[in-house]
Design a protein around this ligand. Structure first.
Ligand code: SF4
Length: 262
């Protein structure tokens, strides 16, 4: 049984599959990673995550329109239909969202914040939901989906990720940028082009977090990923998945069964 579960996170070529989210899970708490990735325990829908999905979908579909129609009016026109589609996929959300008006008002506010930060009528996104992948080693496959990747006429590349939460305190900015450094590493490995700008757009408070990655930043990111892959492999072999208590435990679905809290 244990071997069977391990097979689920290894590709058929017996590689460990990593993404920024899963790396984050393991870094935050190895036991959380085990529950989520290896045991694949079910988790109740998270309304913050669902709100993020809704706003991401609207922003993604907004760019389907010709540039001059990428307005707040178009975005707000898309919102109810995208919400209905999400509800059809996850009917249990209807119970969790107690006031649909408040839910859509909050999503509207996030979209309005987006239009305060960017004017999508004046540029063309090159890629949306771009899948990037690379074999970090024979044993580790790394991949991720980029919200948006823009290539300027000059060839300069910027990687964009939308966040529906608030921007982090300065001491957490580096951790927040890790995800985009992984995407930058993947893009660099795939194309040999070093992205010029990484940009996190925080719709929760209207702040931008920008960073220009250097080659040494991305090499350091790759080393960190390799260390984490080794730590995961060690945990699989030893069966030791240590819980790591932090303030994130308050949002963890597995708190009721976690030995660190029982
Ligand atoms: S409750 Fe905390 S310590 Fe336990 S699995 Fe979740 S994140 Fe880890």
């Amino acid at each position: 049984m244990r071997v069977h579960k391990y097979q689920s996170i290894f590709a058929w070529v017996n590689q460990l599959r990593l993404s920024p989210s899963r790396v984050n899970d393991f870094s935050n708490c190895p036991l959380l990673y085990k529950y989520r990735v290896i045991d694949q325990l079910p988790e109740a829908p998270n309304l913050d995550a669902e709100r993020g999905t809704l706003v991401h979908t609207v922003l993604h579909d907004l760019f389907e329109s010709p540039a001059q129609l990428r307005t707040i009016q178009t975005a707000l026109h898309l919102l109810p239909t995208r919400w209905q589609a999400q509800l059809e996929l996850k009917p249990e959300l209807a119970v969790l969202v107690t006031s649909e008006k408040e839910w859509l008002d909050r999503a509207t506010s996030l979209l309005e914040t987006y239009f305060n930060l960017e004017n999508p009528t004046v540029f063309e996104p090159t890629h949306r939901e771009l899948h990037l992948e690379h074999d970090l080693s024979e044993a580790t496959y790394l991949h991720g989906y980029v919200d948006r990747l823009d290539v300027a006429p000059t060839g300069e590349v910027r990687i964009i990720d939308y966040k529906t939460g608030k921007s982090p305190k300065p001491s957490w900015e580096d951790k927040a940028l890790f995800q985009l450094r992984v995407y930058a590493l993947l893009y660099w490995k795939e194309t040999n082009v070093l992205p010029k700008l990484l940009q996190l757009i925080y719709l929760g408070d209207g702040n931008l977090l920008k960073n220009s990655p250097s080659e040494s930043d991305l090499i350091a990111t790759e080393k960190t990923l390799i260390q984490i892959a080794e730590a995961i492999s060690f945990a699989m072999e030893s069966g030791e998945w240590k819980p790591r208590k932090s303030r994130l435990c308050d949002w963890c679905s597995f708190k009721p069964i976690c030995p660190a809290h029982n």
